[in-house]
Design a protein around this ligand. Structure first.
Ligand SMILES: Cc1ncc(COP(=O)(O)O)c(C=O)c1O
Ligand SMILES: N[C@@H](CCOP(=O)(O)O)C(=O)O
Length: 469
């Protein structure tokens, strides 16, 4: 198994190198050179497995022998042992044909834990084997940051710097990051949006001398290993609801397009997926794209679902690569144009192809609150505002009623108590391990959106940079 860049110019890498590389050296994103296949018999065999057992089966082919089965099984079992629910990602039925897959039972209460609890362990394993260290730099709109910090805190071979947009996360999200006082953890509140944070991270990776001097690594979904670990729960959900003998659909609240891309990857591997429904909030660039074929960035507006306040969705490039028949040069030209003008367009043929599988739906604040109110009124079920966008998308999709729709429950309602209280009158308490979150001291640095300042900040906190100096 080797990995190639969506822009066609970077060297192909094996899994362990991709794990540490983050962004490809040509600015592209790594994808598998070929998709491993899951046969109908594989899917039937998966029916009796625990989540950790299934995770090993699904992910092993992606490793291409770079990590042995026993070592990998140990890392996976350990990672999912940190989840508060025995099923790891339980499925809850919402109505006759709609399910919610609760992905938020990990330590930081969002779906990011599913991948990042494993990634932290993979980093340790690979770095120990190489006797090496990395500097991780990441961008967050709220959830990746805390999940990555939790996964990397106190790890001797890692320094981690996380940029979040100042004042644009929920208070719980911010505190989950800034109250971790470990010496290898550094939080930056950037004067800007999530897109600015992500741009800064990519600019650091695109400076070859800088990335080499710091051994930069990534925890965002630009890192292929994030996507790999997220594929597993789509396989689990489909198998639980009848795959390979029944098709399913997924409704995915979307921002950076990593989660729904993992669903696409599961389908490429052989999971019978009838539709992928992309839910967006008022930052609806993706919903507009699936309607028109034009990708056109506007300014980011703050919403009730702040983790999805994103306009430039990194992982869309991975889908575009397939849509352009894996022509890296064409993707590079398209991305350069997008960077310059803030827009690109696909052909009518490409739009038709993409719409065979994908649909987009925009849900505004009123719609989000209505879903949360309705779920609570009907069954006492509390839905966070991001997952609510997914539920709205599922209901709007108008699919054949025989196809079960699985909504990705991406965050615990207690992460967004203000929104939940506004919708239901109830303020969900934090689980016990976070009960004193509001009393914990915080540490962060407020920085201007200036790439030189940010680069110097990260360099000064990188032990690798000090060793290499
Ligand atoms: C709670 C929550 N829901 C949905 C999303 C969107 O997921 P993705 O960026 O993978 O599209 C995010 C952030 O990524 C999130 O934190
Ligand atoms: N919503 C995310 C944004 C970053 O997405 P990622 O999947 O690329 O890490 C967040 O919570 O930070």
């Amino acid at each position: 198994m080797s990995y190639i860049s969506t822009r066609g110019q970077a060297p192909a890498l094996a899994f362990d190198d991709v794990l540490l590389a983050g962004l490809a050296r040509d600015g592209g994103l790594y994808v598998p050179a070929a998709w491993p296949r899951l046969t109908p018999d594989d899917l039937r065999r998966f029916r009796g497995l625990s989540y950790a057992e299934l995770a090993v089966e699904v992910m092993l082919p992606f490793l291409g022998g770079t990590i042995g089965r026993d070592d990998f099984a140990r890392l996976v079992t350990d990672a999912y042992g940190s989840f508060a629910h025995q099923a790891v990602v339980p499925l809850v039925q919402l109505d006759a044909r709609t399910w919610m897959m609760e992905l938020f039972h990990g330590p930081t209460l969002a779906f990011k834990d599913v991948a990042l609890q494993l990634l932290g362990r993979l980093f340790d394993h690979v770095l120990a084997a190489r006797d090496s260290r990395v500097t991780i730099v990441g961008a967050t709109s709220g959830d990746t940051g805390s999940a990555a910090i939790e996964a990397c805190r106190d790890r001797d071979r890692v320094d981690i710097v996380i940029l979040h947009p100042r004042g644009r996360t929920s208070e719980v999200q911010r505190r989950q990051m800034t109250s971790v006082l470990s010496s290898n953890v550094h939080n930056v509140a950037l004067e800007g949006t999530f897109d600015d944070c992500q741009d800064a991270v990519k600019a650091m990776f695109n400076d070859a001398a800088y990335r080499d001097a710091l051994n930069l690594s990534a925890v965002n979904s630009i890192n292929w290993a994030r996507i790999m670990a997220q594929i597993v729960y789509y396989v689990a959900a489909a198998v639980a609801l009848g795959a390979p003998d029944r098709e399913v659909a997924f409704a995915v609240p979307t921002g950076n397009f990593g989660n729904v891309y993992a669903a696409y990857a599961a389908r490429q591997m052989g999971v019978p997926v009838a539709k992928l429904i992309v839910g967006t909030n008022e930052n609806d660039i993706l919903a507009r794209f699936f309607a028109s074929g034009e990708m056109k960035a506007d300014g980011v507006v703050p919403t009730l679902s702040p983790s999805m306040d994103i306009q430039v969705s990194s992982n869309f490039e991975r889908l575009l690569f397939d849509l352009m028949d894996r022509d890296g040069a064409a993707v590079a030209t398209c991305m350069a144009g997008f960077r310059e003008t803030g827009r690109f367009e696909v052909s009518q043929g490409q739009l038709a192809r993409v719409r065979d599988l994908f649909a987009g739906h925009r849900c505004d604040t009123a719609g989000t609150l209505a879903v949360m109110q309705d779920a609570y009124a009907r069954s006492g079920y509390l839905v966070d505002p991001h997952s609510a966008v997914g539920v709205a998308a599922a209901h709007a999709a108008g699919l054949d009623p025989s196809v079960p729709v699985i909504v990705m429950g991406t965050a615990h309602p207690a992460k967004f108590p203000d929104a939940v209280e506004k919708a239901t009158g109830l303020r969900p308490p934090l689980p016990r391990h976070l009960a004193d979150l509001y009393d914990r001291p915080e540490r962060m640095d407020i920085l201007a959106n200036d790439i030189q300042i940010l680069k110097e900040y990260v360099r000064a906190r990188s032990r690798v940079a000090r060793i290499n100096a």
